[in-house]
Design a protein. Structure first.
Length: 347
């Protein structure tokens, strides 16, 4: 079987319209000022912003009933006047809208950039798997409120402005934010960053390199898709990754060590990690050990016998800053002395 080609959206250019819709949680009135700051910043970058009808409300953890959320996301993804979609943030229940989306139309329509993380990755994951179109796991819209962004977060725009056939390169942060404070004018990058390799001494200088097609997201949410029609991972791997293999990038929020082990165990038993060349794990948020069972114990127990590189404390997910990872892109990862780099080729 010939390997299929990933579909890449057109690069974002100044004057394009970004659709702002809330397929999971919306924005309560007390936080509308963050939306305004984000809109102002994005408009200063040269883009137009089109808001969805349910964006500025939130009840029972969602912006609107699932039928409304699904109809709006579907409309934004199919609207030729919108060139990218960026939700305000994630949430809890995006999975409810997946059965209501017009997947046949999404497969046939030109691919479109959608950017975000947390529960947004639930849609990113399904969108790439089902349609073969690239999607971008990175900053959410609310975090674009910061007029001066760090050198890692700000690369979201470069990634979305890269054309098919071209490359986007990123390097790891020097510091990360240890605690959230929405009132700060920017991220408080107060703690030194260091990518770590599972099983290697923390101060090792031994370089590690691996390559493969990127795929991943937030473990808390994408793992709930196992066994549903919205996670055809094995079919996707056979159709798009037989030549290069995969790199899985994963992050977590609100899971302890035992939760992380259970989710990874389930993913592996479902066949998700066949043909994997390496793993990237973000800094876990809302995390705690389970008695004396630690984060690295979870990784070792679930994946250690695969004998592939496993990097953790990567710039990925809920603890800023984070790189932008393109599902479907051919990734090349390198790490030496705690400093990491990612090159993505849109082929």
């Amino acid at each position: 079987m010939n390997q299929r080609s990933i579909r890449y959206p057109k690069p974002l250019v100044k004057g394009d319209t970004i659709g702002l819709t809330a397929p999971s949680s919306g924005v309560s009135p007390s936080m509308h000022h963050y939306l305004e700051h984000s809109k102002n910043h994005v408009e200063r970058l040269g883009f137009k912003v089109k808001e969805g009808s349910s964006l500025r409300s939130n009840s029972k953890c969602v912006s609107a009933p699932k039928e409304i959320r699904a109809a709006e996301l579907n409309a934004f993804m199919l609207d030729p006047g919108i060139q990218a979609v960026i939700p305000p943030w994630g949430g809890q229940f995006l999975m409810d809208i997946l059965p209501l989306l017009d997947w046949d139309a999404l497969k046939k329509s030109p691919p479109k950039w959608i950017l975000g993380y947390s529960d947004t990755s639930t849609f990113l994951f399904a969108y790439t798997l089902i349609t073969g179109s690239a999607s971008a796991h990175g900053t959410n819209f609310i975090d674009l409120r910061l007029s001066e962004q760090d050198s890692v977060t700000s690369r979201w725009l470069d990634v979305l402005q890269t054309s098919a056939g071209e490359e986007a390169a990123q390097i790891s942060s020097t510091h990360y934010q240890s605690e959230w404070n929405m009132e700060l004018p920017g991220f408080n990058l107060d703690t030194p960053s260091r990518w770590k390799q599972l099983g290697a001494a923390e101060d090792t200088d031994a370089p590690v390199r691996f390559a493969g097609r990127l795929l991943g997201g937030c473990m808390d949410t994408i793992s709930c898709l196992i066994g549903t029609p919205f996670a055809p991972v094995e079919t996707y791997l056979q159709q798009y990754c037989t030549d290069e293999g995969t790199i899985w990038y994963l992050e977590s929020c609100e899971m302890d060590a035992s939760d992380i082990y259970r989710r990874l165990w389930q993913m592996r038993q479902a066949g998700w990690f066949a043909g994997t060349n390496g793993f990237l794990f973000g800094r876990p948020d809302g995390y705690s050990d389970t008695d004396d069972f630690t984060f690295t114990d979870a990784l070792s127990s679930a994946l250690g016998d695969l004998n592939v590189p496993i990097l953790y404390e990567v710039d990925l997910g809920h603890i800023p800053p984070q790189m932008t990872f393109v599902n479907g892109a051919l990734g090349q990862v390198s790490c030496e002395s705690g400093r990491g780099a990612l090159k993505m080729t849109y082929v």
